[in-house]
Ligand binder design. Structure first.
Ligand SMILES: Cc1cc2nc3c(=O)[nH]c(=O)nc-3n(C[C@H](O)[C@H](O)[C@H](O)COP(=O)(O)OP(=O)(O)OC[C@H]3O[C@@H](n4cnc5c(N)ncnc54)[C@H](O)[C@@H]3O)c2cc1C
Length: 602
């Protein structure tokens, strides 16, 4: 890999302090032929096996989920991310994301089963397993001969995952560990052949990971299926281990390394979960648009009402922005993995470090996309009116299925705090220079503002200038908070939440603008007219959120002159020279979606 490439790939979190050229972001429009084929075959599978049978999923037909998982295995969909050496396709991170994305549209039950198996159920072995462990387990998991599950959560250990009470005791002959404990909320528990289990050895500070085969004669029992709000056919059960014997060679990585394994598995899980909320959004937009085009009230299709158009425009915009950000980060990860492999890392090490590098972006995406899918399904119900509340239409189940994404793979509160916390840590380690830019913002605040009239005639000139200023808002608020509270900042959660919302909005808005700018350059502005409108609309909404969140922060910790100066800075940094006409933007977007009878931007 050349030096140029190293230079061009931003490190995780650096998006905040470095400008990204639109040519350097990967977009869905950059998929190669193989990836497009993969996308098509995934869509066909979903239409044939999942969407056509959604009622079976709603009737808690767990056996059907298992049957579909087997079929997905036969088609190779479970093995996309698995290296060829272990029976997989060894495709890159973008392809892995594509499958997670397009397989997610029909039912959250299947995408949860798929994610729990291919992600947290398999990845800990491919990333941390010994050669023997990988040879023994991964090929079976890749084909769907075996299914995996991941046992981290316990009744008393949820977000505080390292506090689990499950014990692993070494036998007198040192040949096996005896595992005893209770795990809760375990996806795929009802049909899996193998668990990744986290347990504590003696009084270790950190838990340890183990591969445990599902053998009921070895002290393993299951609770009943949980009665859940949504994802009805995803098997979720408690798992009880009672002196379950696990050979010492089934320890994953080293003693005490379990928390690290758990967190890294979750990093990957988070970005994949974000991808798994994309196709769900597109399908909701499609269904809602079809309905709104057909439903007549007051002698006109309801799509003609501005109130409905606004919803369709916002729903399509969220889906577009989310796609832009997910694939931008996915390619960064893929490139970072390639770079590490080229410099001598094993694929295993490279993948681990590659994803870890972008843990901030993974948390950002998990939060933003899971909240967008929730909003989109909610508006989908509203567009369907009373029919949206009926279990006979797809909206009701989609709304219930979407809810879980804000809870698992680390709750959105935890991920919000992580995103800012990890950024501050990276700055302290010198991986991202926040201090320099934050100091520069401080100086700018003290200086006299420029009264020049900027030339914003080029496409996105004002929007990109705005993004650069929104980054300054983050640096101003978070920088001052770090100065004020130092390491105690983590105690100031409301502030962290607000800072995280600023970070999230900056990343999402910038990703959409960069994707559209790149596409406008190659396909022409006319061809990208709706995408340009969506990028502008999202930015407008992002500015609103950032203004509110930044103000919340500033008035909570700054007083007097300092507060006045920061509020003035906020006003300056969030000021539009040419206010976008959001009504016109929403109308333009909704009219295009209505004319296409659905979402046609992927
Ligand atoms: C359907 C389903 C499937 C699941 N599948 C799996 C699986 O396969 N494997 C597995 O191991 N787990 C699984 N989980 C568990 C899931 O990861 C946890 O539910 C989640 O991590 C939250 O933990 P908790 O439920 O104990 O909530 P808690 O940790 O008790 O959190 C309750 C609330 O408090 C907040 N909170 C907690 N700590 C803090 C803090 N420090 N600061 C601020 N707010 C905080 C949370 O954000 C949340 O709003 C699943 C859960 C569900 C519902």
């Amino acid at each position: 890999m050349s030096d140029t490439m190293e230079k061009d790939i931003l490190r995780g979190g650096q998006f905040l302090v470095k400008e990204t050229n639109c040519e350097d972001v990967f977009t869905l429009e950059d998929l190669n032929e193989e990836q497009k084929m993969m996308r098509e075959s995934t869509k066909e599978f979903v239409d044939r096996e999942l969407w056509a049978h959604w009622e079976r999923f709603e009737k808690k037909d767990y056996a059907y989920t298992e049957e579909c998982m087997k079929k997905a295995g036969e088609l190779g969909l479970l093995s996309v991310a698995v290296p060829e050496a272990y029976g997989g396709m060894g495709m890159g991170f973008v392809s892995t994301m594509l499958v997670c994305d397009y397989i997610s549209g029909a039912t959250g039950s299947f995408s949860t089963a798929f994610g729990a198996h291919t992600g947290i159920g398999t990845m800990p072995i491919t990333l941390y397993g010994t050669e023997e462990q990988k040879q023994k387990y991964v090929p079976r998991l890749a084909t769907g001969e075996w299914f995996g599950a991941y046992c981290l959560t316990e009744p008393g250990a949820g977000s505080d995952a390292n506090s689990g009470k499950t014990k692993a005791v070494l036998s007198a002959d040192s040949k096996f560990y005896s595992i005893t404990g209770q795990k809760m909320w375990i996806s795929n528990a009802g049909f899996c052949n193998m668990f990744i289990v986290f347990a504590r050895i003696e009084d270790d500070k950190n838990i340890t990971g183990f591969i445990v085969e599902n053998d009921p004669s070895n002290g393993i029992t299951l609770g009943d299926e949980e009665k859940k709000l949504g994802i009805h056919s995803s098997s979720t059960r408690q798992v009880f281990f009672n002196e379950t014997k696990v050979p010492v060679e089934n320890m994953l990585s080293e003693r005490g390394n379990g928390f690290k394994i758990a967190m890294n598995a979750l990093n990957i899980g988070r970005i994949k979960l974000a991808a798994a909320c994309l196709e769900a959004q597109r399908r909701i937009v499609n269904e809602a648009t079809k309905y709104a085009n057909e439903r007549i009230q007051f002698k006109t299709p309801i799509i003609n009402f501005g109130a409905i158009k606004a919803k369709i425009a916002d729903m399509a915009t969220n889906a577009y922005v989310d796609e832009s950000a997910c694939y931008r980060a996915a390619k960064n990860i893929e490139d970072r993995i390639a770079l590490r492999e080229a410099s001598g890392n094993s694929h295993q090490e490279a993948e681990l470090k590659g994803v870890e590098e972008y843990a901030i972006e993974c948390s950002i995406l998990k939060v933003a996309v899971s909240e967008h899918v929730q909003h989109t399904t909610d508006e989908g119900i509203q567009i369907f009116g009373g029919m949206g509340f009926s279990a006979d239409t797809p909206m009701e189940k989609a709304w219930r299925d979407a809810r879980i994404s804000r809870i698992y793979e680390g709750t959105n509160e935890i991920n919000r705090m992580l995103s800012v916390g990890m950024l501050v840590k990276k700055a302290m380690k010198g991986h991202v220079d926040l201090l320099g830019p934050a100091t520069a913002v401080g100086e700018e605040l003290m200086g006299i503002p420029s009264f020049d009239t900027p030339d914003f005639s080029a496409l996105f000139a004002e929007e990109k200038d705005m993004i650069a200023r929104l980054k300054k808002v983050f640096l101003m608020v978070a920088g001052s908070a770090v100065q004020k509270f130092g390491p105690d900042l983590e105690e100031h959660q409301m502030l962290l939440m607000a800072a995280s919302d600023i970070l999230i909005q900056v990343y999402m808005a910038e990703s959409a603008i960069l994707r559209t700018e790149k596409n406008a350059k190659r396909f022409g502005e006319e061809a990208q007219a709706t995408q340009i409108a969506m990028s502008k609309l999202y930015l407008y909404r992002a500015v609103d959120i950032i203004q509110q969140k930044a103000k919340e922060g500033i008035v909570s910790f700054a007083e007097g002159d300092e507060q006045r100066m920061m509020l003035m800075g906020l006003k300056r940094f969030t000021k539009y020279t040419n206010q976008p006409n959001v009504v016109a933007l929403r109308t333009q977007i909704a009219d295009k979606v209505a004319a296409d009878n659905g979402y046609t931007f992927d």
